[in-house]
Design a protein around this ligand. Structure first.
Ligand code: CTP
Length: 408
């Protein structure tokens, strides 16, 4: 890396999603990366070089015969800390898989020794064609990360897998690969996992509720990372910040603790792993007022609360053979013990296989992109989770889950 500014090479292939590369470029430069854009000749049919030059502040070349004295086809790949190709078309991935070097981008891909992230965008038929499947497998076997595309509206009227994931999500994966180059192995292929995320709301009347500050970011990161590691993922999402659905993830919505319980227990049947990252309210108002509670003139009645079911305890109590169950605990220390002491006691009480313990308070963990903590195992293991993105923490959790699934 050059000083503190990671160097990202952003390859852009010729597909309609090339316009989204501008938003990705903006996000990458705003996060402090030095980004050099390398479009193919076809990409320049969709977005002009001037746009990429203005947004990156760097010149843009496409052919191997431009700026020859600088030997860009060798240097650009060699000097990069990360290469992101977004959109990666079927043609671009085919050329990359076969080691061709017929333009500057494919030549740079051959000289790059850093992590390479391909972000496919194409029509569903092209994505599902055996030729593309083989090229994707070959690129993955050689160590490149090929993201699963999103499902949804494609060019024209058709929908299906093949849509470029949102630029915010691509930027998250770019950051993750810069933090940890081996964060996205395909070790969850063939596995089915369930992740809960966000905070529940317990209704008091039609307009008021008891809620909490969970943004859902950690749960979303867990779902995203699992999907890119090859798992089939159900994300049970309670209330979250405005996050956008993760690519290649099945999202089920729930509002209250009881709704979340129904959705998680249903999805957990036959699943290999369940990760409870949701902030579930322990109590709900005993009575729900069907009509809005009016202020009136008398003093209010005290609020009475009823205990909600503990979903994690229920999951571990009905665990299927080989199923791995992960809980989260946000703790502050107190007179009776520190954060880890409370974490160990909670792991035992809940019967989980793994517990992620976050220290909270002083602005840590909630509503911020970064996270840190410890991963405690029922086998007595204790791994410190270094400070980093929520994607990084997610990748460490899936490492531990995958290891248990392998030996389980
Ligand atoms: N959890 C759950 N059902 C609940 C409450 C919590 O499944 N009704 C899960 C959370 O998703 C999390 C874990 O249990 O994975 C720990 O949540 P936490 O609120 O820290 O646990 P509590 O049992 O409420 O412990 P405390 O005594 O600290 O309130």
């Amino acid at each position: 890396m050059d000083g503190t500014r990671p160097r990202v090479l952003l390859g852009v292939a010729g597909g309609i999603a090339a316009y989204k590369a501008c938003e990705l470029l903006r996000r990458l430069t705003e996060s402090g990366h030095s980004v050099r854009v390398l479009p193919t000749a076809s990409a320049l049919q969709f977005v002009g070089a001037a746009t990429f030059e203005a947004l990156s502040g760097l010149p843009v070349h496409t052919g191997v015969f431009a700026d020859v004295p600088a030997v860009p086809h060798v240097k650009l790949g060699q000097e990069a800390d990360l290469v992101v190709v977004a959109p990666a078309t079927a043609d671009l991935m085919s050329r990359a898989a076969h080691g061709r070097a017929d333009d500057l981008l494919t030549a740079a891909l051959l000289t790059a020794r850093c992590p390479v992230l391909f972000v496919p965008a194409m029509h569903t038929e092209m994505w599902e064609h055996p030729a593309t499947r083989d090229n994707v497998s070959l690129l993955r076997r050689r160590g490149a990360v090929v993201m699963e595309p999103a499902s949804g509206r494609l060019t024209g009227r058709d929908t299906g897998p093949g849509r470029l994931p949102e630029p915010a999500e691509i930027a998250e994966f770019a950051r993750l690969l810069l933090e940890r180059s081996d964060a996205l192995p395909r070790d969850l292929a063939g596995r089915r996992v369930v992740v809960s995320a966000g905070g529940t709301r317990e209704a008091l009347d039609p307009v008021r509720y008891l809620g909490n500050r969970s943004s859902g970011r950690q749960g979303y990161a867990l779902a995203r990372v699992a999907a890119q590691r090859g798992a089939s993922v159900t994300l049970v999402a309670a209330h979250t910040a405005d996050l956008g659905d993760p690519a290649a993830v099945d999202v089920v919505r729930a509002s209250s603790a009881r709704e979340l319980r129904e959705a998680v227990l249903a999805a957990a049947k036959g699943a290999d792993a369940v990760v409870m990252a949701a902030a579930v309210a322990d109590f709900r108002p005993t009575a729900f007022a069907a009509n809005k509670i009016k202020k009136g003139s008398a003093d209010p009645e005290p609020l009475t609360l009823t205990r909600n079911p503990d979903i994690l305890v229920e999951l571990t109590g009905t665990r299927e053979p080989g199923q791995v169950i992960v809980g989260f605990a946000a703790e502050t220390g107190d007179d009776t013990g520190d954060v880890l002491h409370h974490g160990r006691a909670k792991l035992a009480r809940k019967g989980a296989d793994l517990l992620v313990v976050n220290a909270v308070g002083d602005g840590r963990a909630f509503e911020v992109p970064d996270n840190a903590g410890w991963l405690l195992g029922a086998d007595g293991s204790e791994v410190e989770l270094p400070s980093g993105s929520k994607g990084l923490l997610a990748s460490r959790v899936w490492d531990a889950v995958a290891a248990r699934l392998r030996t389980g």
